[in-house]
Design a protein around this ligand. Structure first.
Ligand SMILES: Nc1ncnc2c1ncn2[C@@H]1O[C@H](COP(=O)(O)OP(=O)(O)O)[C@@H](O)[C@H]1O
Ligand SMILES: [Mg+2]
Length: 281
C-alpha cells in the first residue's frame, strides 16, 4: 500500500507543481491519474520514486517512509517500484533481451551488466516475461527495429523484472495509435491483476483511463479535484478538471498539447541511466 499525505512540490523556479496531495493506493489497485498538461501528473509519480524531491509531506510504501531515504536505502526502495515511461526509454542498439535485463542493473552491479553477464535466473525470468508480453519471436532484435507497441512491451517486461511492489507509469500510450494504446493498457491491467500489483498510470486519454482503471484521480493545477470510480466521472467533472468543453460531442478530450509536457527521449534515457547507475553503486 502506498500513502501520500500532505505532499507538496515547489520547483526551484518557483513553480508550485503539487499542493497538499492526500492519496492512498491499496494493494493491487490500478489508478489512473488524469489532468491537463502541467497539472503535476509526472511530478507526482516522480516524487514517489524520488526522481523529484517533494518539498513537503510524507510518502509511505508499506512500512517505509520514502521521503527520508537516501543512499543505499533509497536505491533499494526504488527497486521495489517499476517505472514504465512513454515507449522511448530503451537503448536502441541493444537487443530486446538486453533491454529487459537492464532492469536487473540494480541487482547485478554496473560492471557485470556492462559486460552483459547476467545471472542465469534473471535470463530465465526475462524470457518468461517476454513470452508473457508476446515478444518471444523478437528476443534478439535490436530495440530500434521494433514498432512502438513492441517497444512498450519491452518497457513493461523490464519494469516487471525487478518484481516490483508498485508500478509507476507515465503516459504509456502517448505515442501509440488507438488500437495499440488499448492493447498496452489491457496488458498492464492484466499483469497488475495477475501479480496483485498496484499502479499509478498517468494518462491524458480519459476514455482509456475509464476503460482500464479501477479508480480515477483528477489533478488540476497541482491539486486533486476528483477521486472516484470511472463511472462517476461526469462531463461536469471533466470541466472541473480540464476546463470548459462540450464533452458529449468530444469523446476523447485529450488534445491538450501533450507533446509539450513529455520530456524528450534524451531526458528519459538520462533518467533511466541515472537510476540504474545510482542503484548499481
Ligand atoms: N524540472 C522542472 N523544473 C521546474 N518546473 C517544472 C519542472 N518539471 C515540471 N515543472 C512544472 O511543474 C508543473 C507540473 O508539471 P508536470 O508534473 O510535468 O505536469 P504534467 O505531467 O501533468 O503535464 C508545471 O507547471 C511544470 O511547468
Ligand atoms: Mg507529464
Amino acid at each position: 500500500m502506498l500513502t501520500l499525505s500532505g505532499v507538496g512540490k515547489r520547483y526551484s523556479t518557483g513553480d508550485r507543481a503539487l499542493t497538499d496531495i492526500e492519496l492512498t493506493l491499496p494493494k493491487g489497485q490500478v489508478m489512473a491519474l488524469i489532468g491537463p498538461s502541467g497539472a503535476g501528473k509526472s511530478t507526482l509519480i516522480r516524487c514517489v520514486n524520488r526522481l523529484v524531491e517533494p518539498t513537503q509531506g510524507s510518502i509511505r510504501l508499506e512500512d517505509t517512509e520514502l521521503t527520508k531515504l537516501s543512499g543505499h536505502k533509497l536505491r533499494h526502495a526504488r527497486r521495489s517500484m517499476g517505472m514504465i515511461f512513454q515507449e522511448y526509454a530503451l537503448v536502441d542498439r541493444l537487443t530486446v533481451m538486453e533491454n529487459v535485463l537492464s532492469g536487473q542493473l540494480g541487482y547485478v552491479g554496473f560492471w557485470r551488466s556492462f559486460l552483459r553477464r547476467y545471472p542465469q535466473e534473471a535470463v530465465v525470468e526475462a524470457f518468461r516475461l517476454l513470452e508473457r508480453v508476446g515478444l518471444t519471436h523478437a528476443i534478439d532484435k535490436r530495440a530500434d527495429a521494433l514498432s512502438g507497441g513492441q517497444r512498450q512491451r519491452v518497457g513493461i517486461a523490464r519494469a516487471l523484472l525487478q518484481s516490483p511492489k508498485l508500478l509507476l507509469v507515465d503516459e504509456p500510450t502517448a505515442s501509440l495509435d488507438p488500437k495499440t494504446s488499448r492493447q498496452i493498457m489491457r496488458l498492464i491491467r492484466e499483469l497488475c491483476a495477475e501479480r496483485e500489483l498496484g499502479a499509478i498510470i498517468n494518462i491524458h486519454d480519459v476514455a482509456l483511463a475509464q476503460q482500464f482503471a479501477d479508480r480515477i484521480v483528477g489533478l488540476r493545477a497541482g491539486e486533486i479535484v476528483f477521486d472516484g470510480h470511472p463511472g462517476e466521472l461526469t462531463g461536469e467533472m471533466l470541466t472541473t478538471i480540464y476546463g470548459e468543453e462540450d464533452w458529449d460531442t468530444t469523446p476523447e478530450p485529450m488534445d491538450d498539447e501533450a507533446s509539450d509536457d513529455t520530456p524528450s527521449n534524451a531526458s528519459y534515457l538520462r533518467e533511466t541511466a541515472t537510476m540504474a547507475a545510482g542503484s548499481a553503486r
